[in-house]
Design a protein around this ligand. Structure first.
Ligand code: FHN
Length: 426
């Protein structure tokens, strides 16, 4: 990273900035659980954030949507309070998705929520103020792919039916993108992260990522840059994201070329199957599935970024609210085994995962029907074993080959039986 500081004090300033960034990475890893929000004018059509592409809507027609977007029931305080009630520590919200529409008061574009909608407000400003007030960190998703800006040319793999001209200035587009990022990092207070997406639309293009990442870090050194490019991390990035899969897995098809790096990790998933609001998608995951996803993410040393897609009027559907409250209730009892932990000494298994904080290993038994659970040999002796909920003693017998835990049947929990192993020394 190269920061813009006077020559004499440069090395001190740089190292201070570097240590701010490292501290932010640690904070991020401790935080473990965030709220992803996909919200844009596409919500008017109630068919997800890809509706422009999927229905082959041309720009001239898509531009009629903002006039119908009037989220009068948007309540920033309620959104942030919902994240807090769920036990989430940060919010990552779309500032611009692939349709190019700025959900903030951008001065370098007229394709914005303030200029095009009857509502005329900047929800990101309202959300930022509220996040800072309620102690929730705020990150912005930013789509590098743009189906609306004519300078996004040559075009990539998508957006071919938007009706854009066959000309455009790629460098001008990149300047536009950096200008919008400057706005996001200047006008909204402290920003925890920039979550890029859409690079994969033009993987061979020169995106000048180094320049863009430097714009961000020079304005806010602690901002964590991540890019959902589905590749191994690129220099200048601070976190690595995995889409709809735990690190190292590729069940959803996004992560084929994504090798695990050594940065803090995050896995993003939806409550139903859609990111943006989809009125007919009722494939809601159960609270049990969502809690177990969070736990497996923690056991894989990754954060869990759980998405909601608010409605066009600014409200959040009850199916999301209910599940988030239930997750928060679970975390209020079991949070010690998640927050501030790192992946534990026993790697992920089909039956569950382990997490660790200081001298405590948390064994998360998610799917195991037998009375005894075998563990491999641990590096340190265990001085006490008990369930996190209710402190019920768990018998542990140790041999050369490992340990055997006997969990009393009455101590099993519905979502996750958490057994604490207190280590004698570390
Ligand atoms: O195309 C997007 C999609 O709409 C959504 O934003 C997700 C979130 O991870 N990412 C992209 C696909 O990789």
């Amino acid at each position: 990273m190269c920061f813009l500081f006077p020559l004499l004090s440069r090395s001190n300033a740089q190292s201070a900035q570097y240590s701010d960034n490292l501290a932010a990475r640690r904070w991020f890893q401790d935080a473990k659980f965030g709220m992803f929000i996909h919200w844009g004018v596409y919500s008017v059509l109630q068919d997800g954030e890809w509706v422009m592409q999927n229905r082959r809507i041309r720009i001239a027609d898509y531009e009629k949507l903002p006039a119908q977007f009037n989220p009068e029931k948007f309540d920033a305080a309620a959104w942030v309070a919902l994240a807090k009630a769920a036990g989430m520590k940060y919010i990552t919200i779309t500032s611009k998705h692939h349709d190019g529409f700025a959900m903030f008061d951008s001065q370098v574009s007229d394709w914005t929520i303030v200029k095009r909608t009857p509502w005329k407000k900047d929800p990101l400003k309202m959300l930022a103020d509220e996040c800072h007030k309620q102690g929730i960190h705020l990150s912005f998703y930013y789509s590098q792919l743009d189906w609306h800006n004519p300078d996004y040319y040559p075009r990539g793999r998508t957006g071919e039916s938007a009706g854009r001209p066959d000309t455009g200035d790629w460098n001008k587009y990149l300047e536009y993108q950096d200008a919008q990022l400057k706005e996001l990092l200047t006008n909204y207070g402290e920003i925890s992260g920039i979550w890029f997406d859409g690079w994969w639309d033009k993987p061979k293009a020169d995106w000048h990522l180094d320049r863009t990442y430097q714009v961000i870090h020079s304005l806010q050194p602690q901002t964590l840059v991540g890019n959902n490019h589905h590749q191994a991390p690129i220099p200048g990035e601070d976190i690595q994201m995995f889409e709809k899969d735990l690190p190292g897995r590729n069940t959803a098809g996004f992560n084929a070329e994504q090798k695990i790096g050594n940065l803090p990790m995050e896995t993003a998933e939806t409550v139903n199957t859609a990111w943006g609001y989809n009125a007919t998608d009722d494939h809601f995951k159960s609270t049990r599935e969502l809690v177990q996803y969070l736990v497996r993410a923690a056991g894989n040393n990754a954060n869990f970024l759980l998405n909601i897609g608010p409605r066009p009027d600014g409200t959040i559907q009850p199916e999301f609210v209910e599940r988030l409250h239930q997750m928060g209730e679970w975390l209020s009892q079991y949070g010690d085994s998640i927050y501030g932990t790192r992946g534990g000494p026993v790697g992920p298994r089909p039956w569950g995962v382990t997490t660790q904080k200081d001298n405590k290993i948390y064994v998360h038994v998610l799917d195991w029907q037998e009375p005894e659970l075998p563990l491999p040999r641990l590096a340190h002796p265990v001085r006490a074993a008990y369930t996190l909920n209710g402190h019920v003693k768990v018998d542990i017998s140790t041999s050369e080959r490992g340990s055997m835990l006997t969990v009393p049947a009455h101590a099993a929990s519905e979502f996750d039986t958490v057994i604490v192993l207190e280590l004698a020394e570390r």
